[in-house]
Write a protein that binds this ligand. Structure first.
Ligand SMILES: [Zn+2]
Length: 577
C-alpha cells in the first residue's frame, strides 16, 4: 500500500478497505445464488421510485472527452495525441458488451439447436433386484459430462461466421471510404459495422503488425486510417444491460451489403423456421475443429449448402456481383434486389419470406466466399487470396481478447466510484510507459493492467497509433499477446524496475475499487488541504475521509448488485436496515 502517498495513517485504513471490499465483492458475486446478501444491501439504501430517479453509472461526465465523428473529419490530430479518458471508458463499455454477448451465446438454447449441439441422452441397462420377484432390467439415463464444454464451443462457431462476415465487410467499408480522404488526417466510418464484425475487427487491430500487413496485401489503405468510432459506439451501447444496438441507418447499410445487422438474432431464428442455412450450421456442433476447417478453408461447400444455392435458382445471376471484391456499401445487394423484383405481385407475407430467403442466400455466399468458396465457376483468384490471413487467425485473436475482457469485467473499473481517477491515471501512466521504450531501445516492455487498457485503446485507431508511438517512443511498437507466461513475468519485473527508477512509483499497484477510491480521496485531500493541522485533527479528518470513502464504495456496490439482479437501482439515501 506504499503507493498511497500523503499520510502515515492511510496505509492501515486502505488495507482495511481492501479487505472489506473483497468480502463485499464476494457477496455481490454470490447474491444471485444467495438472495439474502442482496436483501441485506438493499435495506441500507432506498431503491429509486422510478427509472428517472435512478443513478446513472458510469456517469455521463466520464465520456465528456469523446469527439463526434463530424468534428474528427479532416482534422489533423497532433501526432503524439494520447487516447482520452472518454475513449478508454467507451472501450470498457465495449469489452463489457463483448463479455455479455459471449455469455449469451454460450447460454442460448436457440443457438444450441442452430449449431446442432445436443445433449447425449445415452442410457444403460441396469438390473434391479427384488427379494420377492427376482431381478428385472431397466434403463438408467446417464449424465452428459461433455455437455457444458460443448455448449461453450458455440462461441467459436459464432466466430467462424463472424470472421467470414468481417472479411466481406472490411473490403466494402474500405471501398465506401473512397473520396473521403483529406490530407493525412484520420478517416471516419459512415456506419458502424454489426457487433460480431466489430468484435473481429477490434481483436485484429490489437495485432498492429498483422493488420498493417493485411491492409497492404489487400490494398485496404483507407480502413487503416480510420479513427476508431468511439462516439458512435458509445451511443450504441446501453451500459445498464451491456447491450449494443446498431443504429437504424447502420443496420440498413449492413443489410444492403448482404450482412444481417444482428448475427445473434439471425442465428437464433435459424432453428425456428425452415431455412436454407440450417443444414450447414447444424453440422458445426458435431464437427471437430478440423472438419469445420475442411468445410470452410478447403473451399468445398457441403452438399447441403450447394443444394441450397441451386434451389434459389439465382446463383448464376447473383454470384458474380456478390463475389466482386469491391462493391460499395449502400448499394442494395443484387440478391435482395432481384428477390423483391420477382416477388412484386406477391402478398406481404410472401414478400417477407422472399426477403428471408435472400438474406439467407447472402449469408451462405458470405460464409463460403470468405470462409471457403462454393465449387462454382465463379470462384476467382480474388476470393482465393481473401483468406491469406486465415479466419482461424481472426478467431484466435478474438479468443485471446476474451481473456482481457474477462479481466476488465473482474476489475469493473467502469462501475467503480473512482472510474475517472483510474482511467485518467491510466492514460498518464501509458505516456510514461511509452517513454520507457525510448529509454530502453530494443527491449520488450510489459504493461501493467491499467496501462494495457490505454495501450489497447490507442491501437484501435491503427494509423494514428503508428504515428503516435513513433513520436513518443521513437519506434513502432507491436503488441504481442502471444508471449509465454515465463517471458512475460521476467519482462514485467524488468519494466517495473525501470518504471521505478524513472518515475519513482509502484508500477503494478492493486487496482481494486477500494484501493482506487482511497487513492483518489487521498489525492483530493493532499491537493485541497494545506499543512498546519495538529496530529489529532489530522487523525480525525482521516477517519472521516475513510468513512466517506467506505460509504461511497458500499453505495456503488449496492447499485451494481441491484443492476445484476435486474432490480430498481438504489439512490443515495440511507434507510434503516
Ligand atoms: Zn486493493
Amino acid at each position: 500500500m506504499s503507493h498511497l502517498a500523503g499520510s502515515h495513517l492511510i496505509g492501515a485504513h486502505t488495507k482495511a478497505l481492501h479487505e472489506t471490499g473483497k468480502q463485499e465483492v464476494v457477496s455481490i458475486q454470490s447474491h444471485a445464488k444467495h438472495p439474502i446478501y442482496y436483501q441485506q444491501q438493499e435495506t441500507v439504501w432506498r431503491p429509486a421510485r422510478d427509472s428517472l430517479e435512478e443513478p446513472v453509472i458510469p456517469a455521463p461526465s466520464l465520456f465528456a472527452t469523446l469527439v463526434s465523428p463530424a468534428d474528427h473529419a479532416g482534422g489533423d490530430a497532433e501526432a503524439d495525441a494520447l487516447p482520452t479518458v472518454g475513449e478508454c471508458a467507451t472501450h470498457l463499455q465495449l469489452l463489457h458488451v463483448f463479455y455479455a454477448l459471449r455469455v449469451r451465446i454460450v447460454e442460448s438454447a436457440e443457438l444450441d439447436k442452430t449449431f446442432g449441439v445436443e445433449q447425449n441422452r445415452t442410457t444403460v441397462w441396469r438390473t434391479r433386484y427384488r427379494s420377492r420377484y427376482g431381478s428385472s432390467k431397466y434403463q438408467h439415463p446417464l449424465g452428459d459430462a461433455t455437455w457444458k464444454a460443448r455448449r461453450k464451443e458455440k462461441f467459436k462457431y459464432y466466430l467462424v461466421v463472424a470472421a467470414a462476415r468481417f472479411q466481406e465487410w472490411v473490403r466494402k467499408a474500405d471501398a465506401a471510404l473512397a473520396g473521403t480522404e483529406q490530407g493525412t488526417g484520420s478517416l471516419c466510418l459512415a456506419f458502424l459495422p454489426p457487433l460480431d464484425v466489430l468484435m473481429v475487427w477490434h481483436a485484429f487491430l490489437l495485432n498492429p503488425r498483422d493488420f498493417e500487413d493485411y491492409c497492404r496485401k489487400h490494398r485496404l489503405g483507407r480502413i487503416r486510417k480510420v479513427a476508431f468510432p468511439w462516439a458512435q459506439i458509445h451511443s450504441a451501447i446501453d451500459s445498464r444491460t451491456d447491450t449494443f444496438t446498431l443504429p437504424k441507418d447502420a443496420a440498413a447499410s449492413a443489410d444492403s451489403a448482404g450482412l444481417a445487422p444482428d448475427l445473434f438474432a439471425f442465428l437464433a431464428d435459424v432453428s425456428k423456421a425452415p431455412s436454407l442455412v440450417a443444414p450447414t450450421l447444424v453440422r458445426f456442433g458435431g464437427s471437430t475443429d478440423e472438419s469445420i476447417q475442411r468445410q470452410l478453408d478447403n473451399r468445398v461447400a457441403p452438399a447441403a449448402a450447394a443444394t441450397a444455392i441451386l434451389c434459389t435458382g439465382r446463383s448464376t445471376s447473383t454470384s458474380p456481383k456478390n463475389t466482386d471484391p469491391s462493391p460499395s456499401l449502400g448499394v442494395p445487394a443484387s440478391a435482395s434486389a432481384s428477390a423483391s423484383a420477382s416477388a412484386s405481385s406477391s402478398t406481404a407475407t410472401r414478400q417477407s419470406k422472399t426477403t428471408t430467403i435472400s438474406a439467407e442466400f447472402n449469408f451462405l455466399l458470405v460464409l463460403f466466399t470468405h470462409g471457403g468458396t462454393p465449387t462454382t465457376p465463379n470462384t476467382t483468384t480474388a476470393t482465393a487470396t481473401a483468406t491469406a490471413y486465415s479466419n482461424t487467425a481472426l478467431i484466435a485473436n478474438v479468443q485471446r481478447q476474451a481473456v482481457f475482457a474477462d479481466k476488465m469485467h473482474a476489475q469493473l473499473w467502469l462501475r467503480s466510484p473512482a472510474a475517472a481517477h483510474t482511467l485518467s491515471r491510466a492514460v498518464s501512466r501509458y505516456a510514461q510507459f511509452l517513454s520507457l521504450f525510448r529509454a530502453h531501445p530494443g527491449q520488450t516492455l510489459v504493461p501493467a493492467l491499467d496501462v494495457d487498457l490505454a495501450w489497447h485503446t490507442h491501437q484501435l485507431s491503427a494509423s494514428a497509433y503508428c504515428a503516435g508511438v513513433r513520436a513518443r517512443a521513437g519506434r513502432f511498437i507491436d503488441h504481442d499477446d502471444k508471449l509465454g507466461a515465463g517471458v512475460l513475468k521476467g519482462a514485467l519485473e524488468r519494466t517495473a524496475e525501470w518504471y521505478f527508477v524513472a518515475f519513482g512509483g509502484l508500477y503494478a499497484p492493486c487496482l481494486c475499487w477500494d484501493c482506487e477510491a482511497a487513492a483518489e480521496a487521498m489525492e483530493r485531500e493532499v491537493n485541497g488541504n494545506g499543512d498546519g493541522d495538529g496530529e489529532e485533527e489530522e487523525e480525525d479528518r482521516m477517519g472521516k475521509l475513510v468513512d466517506a470513502v467506505q460509504d461511497e464504495l458500499h453505495y456503488y456496490r449496492s447499485v451494481e448488485a441491484a443492476r445484476r439482479a435486474g432490480k430498481r437501482l438504489p439512490v443515495r439515501e440511507k434507510v434503516a436496515a
